[in-house]
Design a protein around this ligand. Structure first.
Ligand code: 13P
Length: 253
């Protein structure tokens, strides 16, 4: 059985006080069930505050990005080792807001994946097509490229510390959630592509999350599909009740 994962990507939201209150509410209500891992990914500057609150709870801490180099003259950047140092166990890499908004290439993302794994972090690698790419039926080519390039140089054993998040760009922050059928189809392709590249065992134990306008109302339908192992949640992760309802849906799915 693959674990289910529900991760909240807070993006560039909250204040320090709001981050602490949101964390306290989520820790109080998070499922204490080994079948589901709940992860919070606040902005860098609030990681320590969130770390202090989640310690000893079933909630894990993740960051939203890291730099590929371990240290040095990289003004404004944060290394993977620094994330471990402040209590992170996970890092989101390859989010479309960084790929498309900041021009992050597959090669740069691959360097970050290696840097994160080298210091013991678990990686949540985001992949997904734009509206245009879906219209042209290029989804499978996009997934194959994001995965083959993003995971280049990894061994099957490294996948024990990998989670993939399928996040169609057209669904992010739009309210236009993928249907469970659309998401399942994408997840099944991603899992089979991973199987071809890394073997059956690695692909069967890999959690693949769906992200893009997930709400408490849509979570259960998505998570009930065989290849959808939880969600990467943006907007709805900023409301404790909504996020906890999504995490609960992952327990029963
Ligand atoms: P929304 O849930 O706000 O659509 O964001 C999804 C996302 O980008 C999570 O990383």
């Amino acid at each position: 059985m693959r674990p289910h994962v529900v991760a909240g990507n807070w993006k560039m939201n909250t204040t320090r006080d709001a981050a602490r209150k949101l964390t306290q509410a989520i820790v109080a209500g998070a499922p204490k069930d080994p079948r589901v891992l709940t992860i919070l990914c606040p902005p860098f500057v609030y990681l320590r505050d969130v770390a202090e609150i989640v310690v000893g709870s079933p909630v894990a801490l993740g960051a939203q990005n890291c730099h590929a180099q371990p240290k040095g003259a990289f003004t404004g950047e944060i290394s993977a080792a620094m994330l471990v140092d402040v209590g992170c166990t996970h890092v989101i890499l390859g989010h479309s807001e960084r790929r498309h908004g900041l021009g992050e290439s597959d090669g740069a993302i691959n360097d970050k994946v290696h840097a994160a794994l080298a210091v013991g972090l678990n990686v949540i690698l985001c992949v997904g097509e734009t509206k245009e790419e879906r219209k042209d039926n290029r989804m499978e080519r996009v997934f194959s490229r994001h995965i083959a390039a993003g995971l280049a140089g990894l061994k099957a054993a490294d996948l024990a510390r990998l989670v993939i998040a399928y996040e169609p760009v057209w669904a992010i922050g739009t309210g236009d959630v993928a249907t469970p059928e659309q998401a399942q189809e994408a997840h099944a392709f991603i899992r089979s592509f991973i199987g071809t590249s890394f073997g059956f065992v690695a692909s069967e134990s890999l959690p693949i999350l769906y992200g893009g306008s997930v709400t408490a109302a849509t979570a259960a339908g998505l998570f009930s599909r065989p290849d959808i192992d939880g969600g990467l949640i943006g907007g709805a992760s900023l409301k404790a009740d909504e996020f906890l309802a999504i995490a609960k849906a992952a327990v029963t799915a």
